[in-house]
Design a protein around this ligand. Structure first.
Ligand code: AMP
Ligand code: MG
Length: 424
């Protein structure tokens, strides 16, 4: 462990309600956040390649967007002083302006200029009357009463103002931000470098795809789930494969992962039966806390640091892997990558279509299907909720989040859900 970094134990010890053997979900989240330090290195990338990257600079417009007052509609640009509130007026059309082709003259009293959407407002005009309400007879244009001064004009700088910062470091760039930066004529941006995440699964029972299953073996599915979840976050992935439950092999895997990664995500080896020797190994390699989290699924979990990398030791059960990833790892990795506004997935309300068994004292993440019927948004469970039933994740479109204090749920009661869309 690097000497400068604060110890994980120190960082979590001052948290209220920190109990590693019965850790509430919110406390585990707080403990993780108290320890994270985002990657510092940056690079410059073309805006067209910057989707999902984390901005490392302020974006300060050098120009107004739009750069000039322009028409929001097809119609005629007029002086509002010429218009009447009670009767039709006739104006003389003196020219036209298209987007990118301004009218070279002025609009004087009694005159109008034919304009198309995006055309620069001709000097003198302050209002646009839409073509649908006007009547043109040659170059004489009849404008009905009741127009509002200034209508249908987009003001210079109404989108972005020169000199007023619009994006700040820590912002994850989505399609809207790429367009916004491009609208300023900026072609390259400074971003944090991508996070490097190493992963491996542990277990003597794991077979790799391509080999025949021996009795008692299962195919290593977690690594595929994990890869998919990590790919969604846009991190660089180093896949170290399956590692047997053998201290020497595990040690080698951790050392190799820690040598280049910012974070290591593993599955298996943290359950009660296995934690003891993982614990001994970790004491040698870094500083890792073993938690029993008051949640279902996903009770055992390890968190800490190995060398320069943060370690997330997830349980082996396939559903528990996904639940702990989404509740703890996703947001932690986003923050490590420098995103300052990373939040846990939002909670929305839906009515439970059925009673759900639940005991107070742990947070449950049941797999659910949100749907809409004549009465509104409802949610039902996917049925069998065992932490080995990965099909439940595949059939679900949300987690039903049953809070720590909550007891059994009655049919019709509102519950909180976290939608998978955009997440899983
Ligand atoms: P563990 O946390 O290592 O005790 O594993 C708990 C359960 O998850 C066991 O039934 C394992 O066989 C299963 N499991 C562990 N790792 C994987 C994996 N990589 N892929 C699929 N199932 C796994
Ligand atoms: Mg195992």
């Amino acid at each position: 462990m690097s000497g400068a970094a604060p110890s994980i134990a120190q960082a979590v010890s001052c948290l209220d309600g920190y109990d590693p053997d019965a850790l509430r979900v919110d406390r585990a989240r707080a403990a993780i956040h108290a320890c994270l330090a985002p990657v510092a290195e940056m690079e410059t990338v073309p805006v067209r390649d910057a989707l999902g990257r984390v901005l490392a600079q302020d974006i300060v417009p050098g120009i107004d967007v739009p750069g000039h007052d322009n028409s929001a509609m097809d119609g005629w640009a007029v002086q509002s002083g010429d218009l009447s509130s009670s009767e039709e007026v006739f104006l003389q059309e003196v020219g036209r302006a298209l987007a990118g082709r301004p009218y070279s003259g002025r609009v004087d009293a009694g005159h109008c200029v034919r304009v198309m959407t995006g055309a620069m407002m001709p000097p003198g005009a302050d209002t646009v009357v839409v073509q649908e309400v006007c009547r043109a007879e040659g170059t004489r244009v009849a404008v009905p009463p009741g127009q509002k001064a200034g209508q249908n004009v987009r003001a210079a700088g109404e989108d972005l103002k020169a000199g007023v910062p619009v994006l700040h470091p820590g912002r994850r760039l989505r399609a809207a931000e790429l367009g916004l930066i491009a609208s300023l004529g900026i072609g390259e941006v400074r971003v944090r470098r991508r996070l490097r995440v190493a992963l491996f699964s542990t277990g003597d029972e794991l077979a790799s795809i391509g080999t025949a299953l021996k009795p008692g073996e299962v195919y290593d599915s977690n690594r595929y789930t994990l890869r998919g979840m990590l790919q969604r976050l846009g991190v660089e992935i180093a896949d170290l494969g399956v590692v047997r439950d053998d201290p020497a092999l595990l040690e080698a895997a951790f050392r190799s992962a820690a040598a280049s990664a910012d974070a290591i995500v593993t599955t298996g080896g943290v359950s009660v039966g296995e934690a003891d020797y993982t614990r001994a190994l970790m004491a040698k390699l870094g500083e890792v806390l073993f938690w029993k989290i008051a949640m279902r699924p996903g009770r055992p979990m390890a968190f800490g640091r190995v060398g320069g990398a943060f370690l997330f030791g997830l349980p082996g059960n396939p559903v528990a892997v996904m639940v702990t990833f989404y509740q703890f790892v996703r947001e932690a990795l986003l923050r490590l990558g420098g995103q300052s506004d990373a939040l846990e997935p939002p909670l929305l309300a839906a009515a439970s279509a059925q009673p759900i068994r639940k005991v107070a004292g742990r947070t449950e993440y049941q797999r659910g299907v949100v749907y809409r019927d004549g009465e509104g948004w409802k949610v039902r469970t996917t049925g069998q909720q065992g932490s080995g039933v990965l099909r439940s994740m595949s059939e679900a479109n949300c987690f039903i989040v049953l809070e720590h204090e909550r007891g059994a749920v009655k049919a019709g009661e509102p519950v909180q859900v976290q939608l998978f869309e955009g997440l899983v």
